[in-house]
Design a protein around this ligand. Sequence first.
Ligand code: SF4
Length: 290
Amino acid sequence: MLTANEHYRSVFGCKMYKASISFAKSCPNRDGTKGTGGCIFCSAGGSGEFSAARDKTITRQIDEAISLVERKAGPDAGYIAYFQSFTNTYCSPDELALALDEAMAHPRIKALSIATRPDCLPDKILEVISEKSSEMPVYVELGLQTSNDQTAKLINRCYETKDYDDAVRRLKEIGVNVITHVIFGLPGETEEKMMESVRHCVKAGTDGIKFTCLYVLKDTALEKMWRAGEFEVLGEEEYFDIVEKAIELLPPDTVVHRLTGDGPKKLLLAPMWTADKRGVINYINRRFAK
Ligand code: SF4
């Protein structure tokens, strides 16, 4: 495996930071097109509580995101415009092109990262992404979470794993860098099922992977299941044991973009160790430092 830093340095020659952008208004798993209520773990903010408000222009959102990290990042850092919340290709090709153009026009932006669902990549949208990727590196982040279709039904993902396989193939055909999101600790998933998801992503040809420990947020369907005792969240050591095994399954050139995620503190119910960002970073440094 490669770390994200190693990857970015080799591609851009500098440290890269993400400037989160709130662009998409919803997702087809919330508005009834594919499902209602969304994935059971997803909060009303659509996995993007940290994004700046959507009513600001993309340029302003980027400026504000940069100003938050600029002192730490220094003048040589590069930035990735990260279209994070909801499903960012769930719009017309023209709307997407306009949004990407605005981000690309920002002088500090060196790459685009677009979070979406595999079932929201019709040909016209791929044409836009392909066109932009000829001007600037583009990453497309796919929320797979699990390759197990039974778990996918349980979490109300509302697309099949074969849709993911198809999306990875089509994105790779246009030369886009694919990052897959996988969640460990989903209800009913054994460690073997989690490893199977990782093997599946590798076989599909993902370039990178983001691991996240399942966390329970307020006012989600997952909260009800958790309160009813239908599953238990993973402990810190238990989670990173799984991550360590997952990393062993990755080819040397697969980029690990994230070892775990942290949910919005004001909504987080469990596991609380994920809220201790500094503690988690220290733990990761002790355990995974090369
Ligand atoms: S995780 Fe993504 S696809 Fe699922 S409900 Fe949230 S925004 Fe929609």
